[in-house]
Design a protein around this ligand. Structure first.
Ligand SMILES: *Cc1c(COP(=O)(O)O)cnc(C)c1O
Length: 376
């Protein structure tokens, strides 16, 4: 049975009419740039996360870049982040003139290890960028404590984790992205809240960061042709905002469905490989479902077997950032971040989307089980 990694069309029929009507409305008004649909979506998205403000931008990469600038991160600063993420997290740190510093990850969560973060702090450290990888919440209690102790900014890369939650201090349920000074999001189609094209957003509770972000996304201007600073052309498209407002109403249900798929995967794969752990103080958004094997040979074999059967799969990420050619100048080498080195060689991700059927789940898990038997 062929199983795709994601199926954007599976969730479309129930919302098709509403989406097509909304798009038609924007077309008829022709308010394509920062139309009222953008402001409406920003309000809804901020409210959903319990945040004061949201600024819609062109994509998740721009969201990171502008969040860094608006927070005051600049040339000469060091920013500590995970080496086990998409390069957007670190390239934007470099692009504002700062230096990405990679700390090691936790062997169970694959997210930043707070102990390693603390060891990387120098006089130049300005910020920590936790990445809630695959939708799994970072240890925000520990990271916020480190940030507070050393007076550092925290920008959460929440691209893979919208609808994920964390019980801060064991008491308050907070949406991911609304714990640090800002949280950044991507609406790339394959994310939890996907647009029908590119899109992104930043949330914050800080008045000054919010005002700066609104300027940055629109060439540094509040009033047309008055530029208090240089900025970017990075606005959330009005058509995408109209679609996102509709999809936002369904996203919590979709995350519940993803969690149900994850529970079925975990049950079927018990004892076969290491499935993701879902802690009691967190809600996983399951943007990706990533499993780990006890050897690279087993992982590679499983991947090969699934691919032969037409079951999509992907390694997120096959080469950690400290080992990428783009960061050769930082001098990172194998062995510097041993946990990350071991994890990247032994994980891979299975198909994950809300509408995955029981038959598809069985086909995927049977294939993984068979591959392990062959490898044993
Ligand atoms: C997708 C992603 C981004 C970038 O988002 P785009 O909208 O594709 O620019 C940034 N960080 C992480 C962790 C991502 O997964």
């Amino acid at each position: 049975m062929k199983v795709p990694m994601v199926d954007m069309l599976a969730g479309y029929p129930p919302i098709r009419e509403e989406v097509e009507a909304a798009v038609k409305t924007v077309f008829n008004k022709a308010n394509f740039i920062l139309g009222e649909e953008v402001a409406k979506f920003e309000k809804e998205f901020a409210a959903h996360n319990g945040a004061k403000y949201c600024v819609g931008v062109a994509n998740g990469t721009d969201a990171l870049r502008m969040a860094f600038i608006a927070s005051g991160i600049k040339k000469g600063d060091e920013v500590i982040t995970s080496p086990f993420t998409f390069i957007a997290t670190s390239e934007t740190i470099s692009q504002v003139g700062a230096t990405p510093v990679f700390a090691d990850i936790d062997p169970v969560t694959y997210n930043l290890d707070p102990k390693s973060v603390e060891k990387k702090i120098t006089k130049k450290t300005r910020a920590i960028v936790p990445v809630h990888l695959y939708g799994y919440p970072c240890d925000m209690d520990a990271l916020m404590a480190i940030a507070n102790k050393h007076n550092l900014l925290v920008v959460e890369d929440t691209a893979q984790a919208f609808t994920g939650k964390y019980k801060l201090g064991g008491r308050d349920w907070k949406y991911l992205g609304n714990i640090g000074h800002c949280g950044t999001y991507s609406f790339f189609p394959a994310k939890n809240l996907g647009a029908f094209g590119d899109g992104g957003a930043i949330i914050t509770n800080d008045d000054k960061i919010y005002e700066t972000l609104k300027q940055l996304r629109n060439h540094g201007s509040k009033v047309r042709y008055h530029h208090e600073m240089e900025g970017f052309n990075s606005r959330l498209d009005t058509v995408q905002a109209a679609i996102l407002s509709i999809r936002l109403k369904h996203v919590e249900k979709w995350t519940e469905m993803r969690n149900a798929v994850a529970a079925k995967y975990a049950e079927a794969l018990k004892g076969v490989c290491v499935p993701p752990v879902v802690p009691a103080n967190a809600r996983h958004s399951f943007n990706y479902y990533t499993i780990r094997f006890d050897s690279k040979a087993k992982r590679d074999n499983a991947q090969k077997h699934l691919t032969e059967l037409g079951i999509a799969n992907q390694i997120y990420y096959p080469i950690a950032l400290h080992l990428q050619e783009a960061y050769a100048h930082l001098g990172g080498k194998k062995g510097d971040l041993p946990v990350c080195d071991a994890v990247m060689d032994t994980v891979f991700s299975l198909p994950m989307y809300p509408e995955l059927s029981d038959a598809q789940i069985k086909a995927v898990t049977d294939a993984v089980k068979d591959s392990v038997k062959v490898a044993a």
